[in-house]
Design a protein around this ligand. Structure first.
Ligand code: C2O
Ligand code: CU
Length: 693
């Protein structure tokens, strides 16, 4: 008890410090502008080396592209542009003059004054230009509004390295032609849809996956899936659940999503499961700190359940929050075909800010061509490079989500991203959004957010206030990358619409005076943040036998990686790369072991700090949503910058070329998987396991 109060006091201190803008936990791992550490964040993606202008030879400097304060591991505006804090440090400046830092677009059509360089440094918060140039000039006064001709230092954002002529010369060279035998693929593949605005090469257009298609079941004799039914389960209740075939996919109890389960914290239920699929399966209860035997990890906690087989899961719910369950065999097929459902665990003493109503939204995207859904790969996944991005957005397995509310209503949305690969940047244009909880717990301080960045398997809870009458679209707004021309272009997808009527809603119930308990009870987060990691994992990949066009274009493309690949803008090369050519890897740098060969053991009750290093030099660098089964964790730092908005999570998005530190307490004994939740990466090997003894 005393220990708990002590920890609470420390936590409160940390919050106060964060609120006052004091940097807690400085020294939380290497930063991108520090001398490049092999297991640190990428220097060339997150640090600009400034170059001296003629006559200023002694000057030098660097600008860190730092993740801005906020609850997400990546900074992005609501319309999808990367956001950074620019942290500049310069040296070798001649004394006696005023130095000013400026930001410009590469075309020089926008010039922004960042500020005066004071004692060799400057900080500019929330810079969101897709490509930019930083200038340092010598000025007579700090009040100048445009730069003088006395240029001292300059540098360019890493995104300006995308340089179309290179790629076009290469593409025109003819050496990318794909030998005939390579693009025949295997079986009868329908054509994948092409996103608008994309440039494609002929050699790319000829690619097909080298595996047989695994189509969605489509027979007219199959039942159509029913919408999810809300099931309130009491302590000791049994739920009979089956996985079966419906028209156009798979379903739990014939429902898509599967039954929506509502339970109380501290309760326990029994799930009697039967497999009516044509393939083996197992069901995982994502994020729940349950008994290891019921975790549903085939090969680790149970054998896969053969067609016609049964399994009994005993599930206890120690933590309030929004969770989900899904098939854990070939997620790129089974989860994609519809085997997922939500679990809402309530506690009597909820600390969430009040709302008029609640909506549980399971978000997904499906890939549909001219002749219907594009099949999955039979022997191994297609889309093994970037993961499978869909072009049809569904909410609770349906298109065009609709909700009608009265003016002034506050709606609490429980959001789950069930997509195979797509990270969403969600907003309700024109409505106020407050982020109140993450995967497995509430934030101590709810925060206004312009958008919610939600990666596959993550959950977020937002309170949205609809103050004005009208129509408010739930949109995913991102900047996609045209890899051939090296330019960003906006993509906007509408997932649903909320219609707000003129009638006024009654005032919302008063907020509860309860505060969320501190999310970590072990010791001061500050010293934990400084502590070197106990374990490190490198996120990378290995490829073999890719078609020459893919091999070469991707090598050129590696000059720059976006922090998050928001869109499937290499649709053909990605589609045609299968799990037979691409192996995604989690590597322990201490032992060199990879994926399931890693054999970590931790004593129960210890605190483990794990550093995830997303390798910059990988053949294709991209974000990975990393999920740890059976435990919960805090995200401590991104690229060495401490996170200040803390809530319990079980899945964290690791941006390309970045490091993310997480801290978990090993409370739950057993064998637990840790893996990437991009379905195709998981099916292409990106998983490991650890044991809590
Ligand atoms: Cu939701 Cu092992 O996954
Ligand atoms: Cu991944």
């Amino acid at each position: 008890m005393a220990q708990r109060r002590f920890a609470q006091a420390l936590y409160t201190l940390a919050l106060l410090a964060a609120g006052a803008g004091v940097c807690v936990g400085q020294g939380a791992g290497p930063r991108p502008c520090e001398p490049q550490a092999p297991l640190g964040p990428s220097h060339d993606l997150y640090c600009i080396d400034l170059i001296a202008a003629p006559g200023a030879r002694a000057a030098s400097g660097r600008v860190e592209l730092s993740p801005p304060a906020g609850p997400f591991t990546v900074g992005v505006t609501s319309d999808g542009h990367s956001r950074y804090d620019l942290i500049g440090s310069v040296a070798g400046l001649e004394p006696g003059r005023t130095y000013v830092a400026w930001l410009m677009t590469p075309q020089l059509d926008t010039i922004i004054k960042l500020g005066v360089v004071t004692r060799g440094s400057f900080v500019a918060r929330d810079v969101a230009l897709p490509k930019f140039v930083v200038l340092i000039t010598a000025e007579r006064s700090s009040r100048v509004q445009s730069p003088s001709e006395h240029l001292v230092l300059r540098g360019q954002s890493p995104s300006t390295r995308l340089f179309p002529p290179d790629q076009l010369t290469f593409a025109a060279g003819g050496s990318t032609a794909t030998p005939a035998h390579e693009h025949e693929g295997h079986g009868d593949w329908p054509m994948v849809p092409m996103p608008a605005n994309l440039t494609m090469l002929p050699a790319e257009m000829a690619l097909r996956p080298g595996v047989a298609p695994y189509p969605r079941p489509s027979s007219d004799s199959l039942a159509i899936a029913r919408p999810s039914e809300w099931r309130r389960l009491r302590n000791g209740d049994t739920l009979w659940l089956d996985a079966g075939v419906v028209r156009g996919g798979f379903a739990f109890n014939g429902e898509q999503p599967g039954p929506m389960l509502e339970v109380s914290r501290g309760s326990e239920i029994v799930v009697g499961f039967t497999n009516h699929l044509p393939d083996s399966t197992a069901i995982h209860w994502h994020g729940i700190r349950l008994d290891n035997r019921s975790d549903g990890a085939p090969g680790l906690t149970q054998p896969a359940i053969a067609p016609g087989g049964t399994f009994t899961y005993h599930i206890r719910f120690p933590d309030a929050g929004i969770y989900w369950y899904h098939a854990h065999v070939r997620e790129d097929i089974q989860q994609d075909f519809g085997l997922y459902g939500n679990i809402l665990v309530r506690s009597a003493d909820s600390v969430l800010p009040p709302a008029h109503r609640e909506e549980v939204l399971m978000l997904d995207d499906v890939l549909v061509g001219d002749q219907g859904p594009i099949p999955a790969g039979r022997e191994s996944p297609t889309h093994a490079l970037m993961g499978r991005f869909g072009n049809v957005f569904v909410v609770n397995a349906k298109r065009d989500y609709q909700l009608a509310v009265a003016r002034g209503e506050v709606v609490r949305f429980y959001l789950t991203n069930a997509a195979n690969a797509r990270t969403l940047n969600l907003s309700f244009a024109g409505a106020r959004m407050q982020l109140v909880a993450a995967d497995a717990g509430a934030y101590a301080t709810p925060r206004a957010v312009a958008s919610v960045v939600i990666a596959p398997a993550e959950r977020y809870v937002v309170n949205v206030t609809f103050d004005r009458p009208g129509r408010f679209a739930l949109v995913n707004r991102v900047q996609a990358l045209d890899h051939i021309f090296g330019r960003f272009f906006p993509e906007v997808d509408t997932l649903g619409v909320v219609t707000v009527s003129n009638g006024r809603a009654p005032a919302v119930a008063a907020a509860s005076s309860r505060r969320p308990s501190p999310p970590f009870h072990l010791a001061a987060l500050d010293s934990l943040a400084r502590r070197p990691p106990d374990k490190t994992l490198i996120l990378t990949l290995h490829t073999t036998n890719l078609p020459p066009v893919t091999e070469r274009l991707m090598q050129l493309d590696s000059i720059f990686f976006q922090p998050v690949e928001w869109s499937g803008s290499m649709p053909m090369m990605n589609w045609a790369a299968t799990g037979e050519q691409v192996r995604w890897i989690l590597r322990d740098p201490e032992t060199g072991r990879e994926n399931m060969d890693i054999d970590w053991h931790f004593a129960r009750g210890s605190t483990v700090k794990l550093r995830l290093v997303n390798e910059r030099r990988a053949f294709h660098g991209m974000q990975h949503p990393i999920h740890l089964h059976g435990q919960r964790f805090l995200v401590l730092a991104v690229n060495g910058v401490p996170m200040r908005d803390l809530a319990w999570k079980d899945t964290v998005l690791v941006p390309a070329g970045s490091t993310v530190d997480i801290l978990f307490d090993t409370t739950n004994p057993g064998h637990w998987m840790l893996h990437c939740h991009i379905a195709e990466h998981l099916s292409a090997g990106m998983m490991t396991h650890l044991t809590v003894d």
